[in-house]
Design a protein around this ligand. Sequence first.
Ligand SMILES: Cc1cc2nc3c(=O)[nH]c(=O)nc-3n(C[C@H](O)[C@H](O)[C@H](O)COP(=O)(O)O)c2cc1C
Length: 175
Amino acid sequence: MKIVVVYKSITGFTRKYAEWITEELNADIFKREEVSVDKLFEYDTVIYGGCLHAAGITGVNIIKKNLVQLKDKNIIVFVTGASPFKEGLIDEIRGKNFKERERKNIKLYYFRGGFDFNKLNLTNKIIMTLFKWKLQSIRNKTPDEKEMLAAYEHPVDFTKRENIKELINYVNSLM
Ligand SMILES: Cc1cc2nc3c(=O)[nH]c(=O)nc-3n(C[C@H](O)[C@H](O)[C@H](O)COP(=O)(O)O)c2cc1C
């Protein structure tokens, strides 16, 4: 089975997961910017990784816009975010990113990434500064909100190779 991993990563957390998955599955790997959909037709299984930006999955349109042409492929999407995993998060992400008819063809995973403000580009720095101000204005902050605020001062990396286990087992079950 030919497997490809395509990813979009700005600060490196999604890239790390993409590289681990590639190693485990002996797949080919491309940055989102390097491939067009034609390349994906060469594979049986397409794994796409993006990061959460205001609940949206960056770069996932390459999958969404081409679902008809990719209908015979196994399609897996993984998402990284700064927030911890919580019950219902996958359904939330699925609901915000995929229409009803798109959902049944896509297997979705969430892996906790990290946060590194200094590695963001200017636009994202501005957006995240606005978000920081919003967090600062909250009176009774939750532990997660406090942790997020602290991460602006000291970058945090929650990536763990073991997080990809379930995805790897799923792909292996397809062979
Ligand atoms: C503009 C922006 C919006 C973000 N929105 C979310 C979000 O809604 N939920 C979340 O968990 N993390 C959010 N994050 C954090 C990133 O998803 C997280 O840092 C991710 O692991 C980055 O992946 P990368 O290093 O591959 O770019 C946001 C980051 C930026 C810059």
